[in-house]
Structure formats: C-alpha cells, structure tokens
Design a protein around this ligand. Structure first.
Ligand SMILES: Nc1nc2c(ncn2[C@@H]2O[C@H](COP(=O)(O)OP(=O)(O)OP(=O)(O)O)[C@@H](O)[C@H]2O)c(=O)[nH]1
Length: 582
C-alpha cells in the first residue's frame, strides 16, 4: 500500500522526500519492512538529489551494520564522513563509524570518531544527529568502562531526547541508562530502569530496544534467581532480536540463556546456547561475550562428561580471554591516545580561534580607528567652517560698525570725526611732501527757510542731494564730510588755489541741479570758505579755522559764493551766479 501511494506520486520529489523521512523515522522497527521500503525508493534512484542519496546511504550503512556486513557499512559511512557539504549526514556517518569500530574492537578508531564527531557538533546541528553522537559515545565509553564520561554523554543525549520530544530517542537513551546501571552492578536500580525502558520502547514498537533491554533484564532476573522469569524474558529477547536481525544482540541473548541454563544445571541446553553464541560471536569477534560463552561451554561439556569438548572449549577460552584482555587494554590505551590527541587538537583549535578572534578584533579596532579619524576630520572641518563663517560674519559686522562709526547716517558721506581724522593724515603727508593742501568749508544758504517752508523731511532730502552732488564734484583723492547740520567740508590734498576753485565751481554747478531733482522748486546754493597751506607748521585745526573765517566772510558778503582766506584779509570773493529762491 505504502509503495503504491509512493509510486503514484513518484514523478515529484516530495513523495520521495516523505518516503526517506519515514524510512529514517522507522529505523529499527522491522528489518524486513525497512529493506522493502528501501528497495522501493531505490527504484527511483535517478530522481534522488545528492543529499537524499547521502541519507539513503546512511540508512544502507546502518542496515549493513545490523546485518554484520561491517565492510559495506564502513565503506558507505566513510564516504559520507568526507561530505562536508552535508554536515548532518556527516555526523550520522561519524556515529555509525564509531559504533562500527566499537563493535569490531577497533577502539582507537572508535574514540577517534567520537572526538571528531563531538568536535563537529554545533548548536545548529540536527538535534537527532547530536543525539546519535552522544548516545554512541556513551555506548563506547560504557564498553571502555569509563562510566563517569559515559554518564555525562548520556545526560546530554537524554536532554536532547527530551528537547526533540521523540519517544523513540527517549527509549534508546533509557536503554543505555539502564545498561549502564547494570554494568555498574546496581542491579536493583537496573531492574527498575529496564522495566520502564522495555515498557516505553514496547509502547512505540521499538522492537530492537525491546529486545536489547530484555537481554539485560533477563540477566538481572537470573542474578536475582528468578530463573523461570529470566528464561521467559530471554526467549522473548532472542525472538525480538532475531526479528530485527541484530546479530550482536543475538550473541548476547544466547550467551545469557546459556549462563541461565548453567545456573539451573540444564547443561545440555547451556551447551546448546553457548554454541549458538560462539558461532555468531566468533564471526563478529565479540571477544568479551566469547569468553563467557566458552566458559559456559567448557563447564557444561565437563558436567555432561564430554571432557574432550571441555578441553577444547577451555583452550578456546584461554585464547578468547587473552584477546579480551588485549582488547580491554587496547580500549583503555585507545581512549587515552584519542583523548590526548583530541586535547592537542582542541588546543590547536582554541589557539586558532583565539588568533582569529584577535585578528577580527584588530580589524575592528583598525576600522574604528579609521572611523574616528574620519569623524575627527569631519568635526575639525565643521569647527573650521564654523570659525570661518564666524570670522566672515565678525569681519562683516566689524566693517559694518566701522562704516557706521565713520559715516553720517543721513547723507552716507563721512561724518565730522572721521573726515577730520582722514584729513589729518593726508594733510601731514602733504606737509612732508611740501605739496599744497586745501580746506573748503561749505554751508548751505538759508537752509532754515527750506525746513520752515517745506518741512524737515524735505530738508533732509535736500541735505542728501547736497552731499551727493559734492561727492560727484570732487576727485578721487579728495575727502568730503558732513561737519554739522547743513555744513560740509572738502579736504583737497595736492590742490592749489586754482585747482580748488575749479572743484568749488563744479560743486556749485552740481548744487544748482538739485532743483530739478526735487518735486518742489527749491534753489539750493551754498557758501564756500577756502584756506590753503603748503609746507610749514600750521596745524589742520588752524587751517580749518581759516576756512571757517573765509566762509563767514562769504556769508556776510551775501552768500552763494566762495571766499579764499588770505592772511589778515579775505581778498578773493566771488559773487553768486545763482539766486536763492525762497
Ligand atoms: N532738515 C534738517 N535740518 C537741519 C539738520 N541739521 C540742522 N538743520 C537745520 O538747519 C538750519 C540752519 O539754520 P541757520 O543756522 O539759521 O542757517 P541758515 O538758515 O542756513 O542760514 P545761513 O546759514 O545764515 O544762510 C536749522 O533750522 C537747523 O534746524 C538736519 O539734519 N536736517
């Protein structure tokens, strides 16, 4: 039925995947059924992905191990152990190789696989595969009688079984725990654990573990002298193991029966089961069990009066004992060797990891350092830019305030203080150069009338025009300033009288144009007082006073004219060419 469902849907890979999952899950259930399912899948081998093929190979290897085909099992598992691209299958292969080497008495190899497998475990590994490694390791360590180490692996396996919540795994972990208790000769506790384990494994049809558990349970019963019960248990065990085809278990079950019959003085039966155990055990080289089986066979043969046989088995017993001794020595030695090399390897790995961590820390530090430099540079640039902006702004503000302090706010020409300061500098230069320097004091005529007639605002406009026209009339090197309300001054470096007169005439002509610029018909005239000096030691103040005197004279003489200061008397007075219109 299963096969038909599968075959119908075999065109797609999902049923194949499902079939493989089922096959993996039903491991140990029934050897015959399992083989049948495997054969069904293999008909569609060409459709399997590489990963699916690997998983199938694992199952084949597990079956080969059960069948005692150790060569095939090893070949398949070794190939998978190389496949680093499928870490979970790799782990399964390691568990298998460990079990195989353990069964064959190749303990060095078994421990090698145990440490390799454990080193491969990561938190991301499939929990089932992790479980397999731990439970196989526990089995191996039990065999090597390193019980404390076995217990720690067993605890990990049990934890994983709980985590996965798979009753099959709990069943197998319980089996190992019970077996461990038996081997530690804690028979009472072993009996209890085995009963519980058998019950649980039976409930989920894990017949292989039922069989294996029954062998140990039967032995416990025999030890407690419950001979009938023990016999029943052991037959049940043998039956179950034979169904599964687990040969190593069959050897142990036969041996247990033989030992039981020897205890109950049923020597022929004891010999019979001992022989069964010997036949299969010799093939599988299960030396420890062989020792027991030869011992029983020799004793039973002796009791049956067959001394030749007894001697024969004694000889074999001696050989097997030696082998077993060699084997148990080998197993301890192998453990120590594997532990040593694993520790060395572990140290190498730790060193490598530390170096790697160091390198990545260094890399991180370098990156952080680079970032810090970039951030530092960025911050410096920001600060520089900010400082630059602040500098520009402060220079602008400084210029602005300086301009404010130098300029007359109404007319926008130099104010009295600054024009005098500037004039002082130029005057001193002219004195040194012995070139003429002229001061022209200007006063707008009848300006009060303008204010009175047209208002203060218009008066302001007139003053602005006056300042503007005076600025237009002078040369580049000349200075014009507002020295009072309606008073202005010109400072003309390197200007003699003739040149000054020309400038003043331009001023007067320019002032005459104001009338056309105003909405009202306002004639604007001004009076000019001129004073010059060439060389000598006359202070600028005195020169200005002279120009003022000349201006006064110009006013007195009728306004709208220029008067040149002559020491003692104003001799040059030019009448106005313009009339003041009020
Ligand atoms: N609109 C305006 N008027 C001003 C300003 N500064 C001074 N004045 C006025 O200018 C006038 C000057 O008048 P006065 O000193 O009597 O001289 P004047 O009327 O020009 O007569 P003379 O100079 O004798 O020709 C005053 O009425 C001041 O109020 C100013 O900034 N704006």
């Amino acid at each position: 039925m299963w096969f038909y469902c599968f075959a119908a849907a075999a065109e797609v890979s999902v049923p194949l995947e499902q079939a493989i999952n089922e096959l993996e899950a039903e491991r140990w259930k029934s050897r015959h059924m399992q083989q049948q399912k495997l054969d069904d899948i293999l008909r569609y081998q060409s459709q399997l992905t590489l990963q699916q093929q690997t998983r199938i190979n694992i199952i084949q290897a597990q079956l080969a191990l059960l069948d005692g085909n150790y060569g095939t099992a090893e070949q398949l598992a070794s190939a998978i152990a190389q496949r680093t691209e499928f870490p979970n299958s790799q782990l399964a292969a390691y568990s298998l190789l460990m079990n195989l080497a353990n069964l064959r008495g190749q303990y060095e190899t078994a421990f090698y696989y145990m440490y390799r497998g454990e080193a491969l475990l990561t938190p991301e590994s499939d929990p089932r595969r992790r479980y397999e490694i731990y439970s196989s390791s526990a089995n191996l360590l039990i065999n090597a009688q390193i019980y404390d180490q076995a217990e720690s692996r067993l605890a990990s396996a049990q934890g994983l079984a709980k985590e996965i919540a798979d009753p099959k795994l709990s069943c197998s972990a319980q089996y190992v725990q019970a077996k461990l208790a038996y081997l530690r000769q804690q028979y009472e506790s072993a009996g209890r654990l085995l009963q519980a384990q058998i019950e649980q494994c039976r409930a989920i049809n894990e017949s292989l573990f039922v069989g294996a558990g029954l062998v140990w349970y039967g032995r416990t019963q025999a030890y407690e002298e419950q001979h009938e019960a023990a016999q029943k248990t052991l037959f049940e065990a043998l039956n179950s193991l034979q169904q599964n085809g687990f040969k190593a278990g069959i050897v142990k079950a036969n041996l247990s029966l033989a030992e039981l019959y020897l205890r109950t003085n049923q020597f022929d039966l004891a010999l019979q089961y001992a022989k069964e155990s010997i036949a299969m055990g010799a093939k599988l080289e299960q030396w420890q069990d062989l020792v027991g089986a030869y011992q029983v066979a020799a004793l039973a043969a002796e009791r049956l009066g067959d001394l030749d046989d007894a001697l024969y088995y004694e000889r074999l017993l001696q050989q097997a004992s030696e082998q077993s001794l060699v084997q148990s020595k080998a197993i301890r030695l192998a453990y120590l060797k594997a532990r040593f090399s694993s520790t060395a390897e572990q140290q190498k790995i730790t060193l490598f990891k530390t170096e790697n961590e160091l390198a990545s820390l260094r890399k991180e530090a370098a990156l952080t350092h680079r970032w810090l430099i970039v951030l530092g540079l960025f911050a410096t640039c920001c600060v520089c830019a900010l400082l630059f902006v602040m500098l520009i702004r402060s220079r602008k503000e400084h210029r602005h305030y300086r301009q404010l302090s130098q300029t007359d706010s109404l007319t926008n020409i130099f104010n009295r203080r600054y024009s005098l300061e500037l004039a002082e500098k130029r005057y001193r230069a002219c004195l040194v150069e012995q070139t003429p320097f002229t001061v022209v004091m200007i006063d707008v005529d009848h300006f009060k009338s303008v204010n009175d007639t047209f208002g203060h605002a218009i008066g302001d406009q007139v003053l602005k025009h006056v300042a503007n026209q005076l600025s237009l009339a002078i040369r580049k090197r000349d200075i014009v300033g507002r020295t009072g309300g309606e008073e202005f001054a010109l400072f003309l470096p390197s200007s003699d009288e003739a040149q000054t007169k020309a400038v003043v005439e331009r001023c007067r002509a320019n002032l005459a144009t104001i009338r056309d610029k105003m909405s009202q018909q306002i004639e604007v005239t001004a009076s000019f007082g001129i004073a010059s000096a060439t060389g000598g030691k006359l202070p600028l103040e005195a020169l200005i006073r002279r120009a003022d005197e000349a201006l006064y004279d110009a006013k007195s003489a009728g306004r709208n004219r220029l008067v040149v200061y002559r020491s003692g008397k104003d001799v040059d007075s030019q009448p106005s060419q313009y009339e003041v219109m009020l």
